[in-house]
Design a protein around this ligand. Structure first.
Ligand SMILES: NC(=O)c1ccc[n+]([C@@H]2O[C@H](COP(=O)([O-])OP(=O)(O)OC[C@H]3O[C@@H](n4cnc5c(N)ncnc54)[C@H](OP(=O)(O)O)[C@@H]3O)[C@@H](O)[C@H]2O)c1
Length: 361
């Protein structure tokens, strides 16, 4: 790319916003030129606004420290400085819906990490290896919004990334029923142990709204485009329990699965390890070379050993074995704030750029 695209981050001071800042440092296609957050942060430099809230392992990039934080609600102003935005603001669902549409209507594409638009019929919700063809509905969304280049695209919830890709890899065997339990990291709530000490040596068996997302969102990702809308798949039926565990980064899922046509274990592993999609074919900058790895050891995947596989963009699967009631059971792991949040959104934006949906203004 001759000239980098100018990027703004809405909610830049938060946990996911910080992850965007870290991932985009030295990005070959995108340059962060604008950071925006609440009126509390607006007017301060990024370094001042974040203060002691910096939660990444790597230091704050020099290039953003002195950027003056803009107010997310000054839509026209923020939009005038960028080619597109990533959205990671924490507001009410209705407020997020409205503000993301307002940005799209300024002809600024919005790639969102938020859940507000995940069920808007003409908004694509994409895991780029699995359903990049869903970007086709953007043409119909633009008609509804009355835009020529502005639109909204979203990525799915962090909790589904450790098992939903397997369903796509195993499509020909007809995944029919799933029982899932997720073991979710505290960074998924925007927290570290310092600001959530109750989580040390604790388990909390409730994460608001997460079970519905974990049961329903895979069906939309596996759905198809019909008359300018995404129609969700009917199968597999999924039932899920989501549990918060004392882990900083990394969502684990324990899954039982039934198929229409029961394959062998060797077939299942071969389909996982050979699974690839548009990001690998187009050699996108953030694409994992190998999207899904299969680990043979009985005690893998482990959060500490495997969460950063493929720089947090890959998915690790292990312990695939026959079950006494279901056909098979297995364990999945993915990085919730990389593949599950900012990294997944960056890969969506790279896919949208490679496909010509995002261009310089
Ligand atoms: N953490 C995860 O792994 C994860 C994964 C998937 C999705 N999400 C979703 O991503 C969003 C951000 O999550 P987070 O964990 O990064 O939250 P967070 O750490 O609380 O950050 C929230 C961001 O939104 C800004 N903000 C808050 N209230 C605002 C307002 N009224 N107007 C404008 N900006 C406002 C904050 O700015 P100030 O600093 O100025 O307050 C901050 O930049 C949430 O919707 C969350 O559900 C999070």
């Amino acid at each position: 790319m001759e000239q980098k695209l100018k990027v703004g981050i809405l909610g830049a001071t938060g946990m996911v916003g910080q992850r965007f800042i870290s991932l985009l440092e030295d990005h070959p296609w995108f340059e962060v030129v604008t950071v925006a957050a609440s009126p509390r942060s607006a007017g301060k430099t990024y370094a001042e606004a974040v203060g002691n809230r910096w939660k990444m392992d790597t230091p704050m990039p020099e290039a953003v420290k002195k950027l003056v934080v803009l107010n997310v609600n000054d839509v026209e102003h923020v939009a005038s400085t960028v080619d597109f935005v990533f959205s990671a603001v924490d507001m009410t669902k209705d407020e997020i819906k409205a503000i993301e549409e307002a940005y799209a209507k300024t002809e600024t594409p919005v790639v969102s990490n938020n859940s507000a638009h995940r069920w808007t019929p003409d908004v694509p919700m994409v895991i780029p290896e699995v359903n990049p063809e869903h970007f086709e509905v953007i043409a119909d969304q633009k008609k509804r919004l009355g835009t020529t280049r502005g639109f909204i695209a979203v990525k799915p919830n962090c909790s589904i990334q450790s098992y939903a890709p397997c369903l796509a890899a195993w499509k020909e065997f007809g995944p029919k029923e799933l029982i899932v339990t997720t073991y979710q990291a505290i960074s998924g709530a925007g927290k570290t142990f310092k600001d959530w000490p109750e989580m040390v040596e604790n388990i909390i068996p409730y994460i608001g709204g997460e079970e519905e997302k974990s049961e329903q969102e895979p069906l939309r990702v596996l759905g198809k485009v019909e008359n300018g809308e995404i129609v969700k798949a009917e199968l597999p039926k999924i039932t899920c329990q989501c549990v918060r565990v004392p882990v900083l980064n990394g969502h684990t899922a324990a899954v039982f699965i039934n198929f229409e046509k029961k394959p062998t274990k060797e077939q299942l592993i071969e389909k996982l390890t050979s699974f690839k999609g548009f990001p690998q074919e187009a050699d996108l900058p953030s694409a994992p070379k190998q999207f899904i790895q299969y680990l043979e050891e009985d005690n893998r995947p482990q959060v500490k050993m495997d969460v950063d596989y493929e720089k947090g963009m890959g998915v690790s699967i292990g312990r695939l074995r026959e079950d006494t009631i279901y056909d098979y059971k297995f364990i999945g792991l993915s990085h919730n704030t990389v593949r599950g949040a900012a990294g997944g959104a960056v890969l969506c934006a790279e896919s949208l750029t490679a496909k010509g949906y995002i261009q310089a203004k």
